[in-house]
Design a protein. Structure first.
Length: 125
């Protein structure tokens, strides 16, 4: 198996864990009355720490969890979150689809962007 395939498989497993945690937080906050945008931000903030640890130590198998790596992680997280946010904001404003479904679409946009940035920028392989 190629390193890319193994990393992608691990990234997807970590992503499923992270998505489950993140969406649970997001949907719970929305159900309790927070706006979809605020709930999304809080959910992603919580998931960021889990993602850094699991992707760094398992997906990309780096032992280097230093300040520079964490800084690159934050940049990749921010860029990916912006892609997520723009996708969510646009779709909330221009479609009649359920905001719960649109959160899933935004997660997909985030995930694609974050994998590419993680592999080539954060945890350079």
């Amino acid at each position: 198996m190629s390193a890319l395939f193994v990393q992608l498989h691990r990234f997807l497993l970590v992503g499923m864990i992270n998505t489950g945690v993140g969406l649970s937080i997001i949907w719970s906050l929305m159900w309790s009355g927070l706006s979809p945008i605020t709930a999304n931000l809080i959910g992603y903030m919580v998931g960021g720490g889990v993602s850094f640890y699991l992707n760094g130590s398992w997906t990309f198998a780096t032992k280097n969890h230093d300040v520079r790596t964490f800084g690159r992680f934050l940049i990749a997280f921010f860029i990916s979150y912006c892609v997520n946010f723009i996708s969510l904001k646009f779709s909330l404003g221009y479609t009649e689809l359920s905001p719960y479904l649109l959160q899933c679409v935004a997660v997909g946009m985030y995930s694609i962007c974050f994998f590419v940035l993680s592999r080539h920028f954060v945890f350079k392989v």
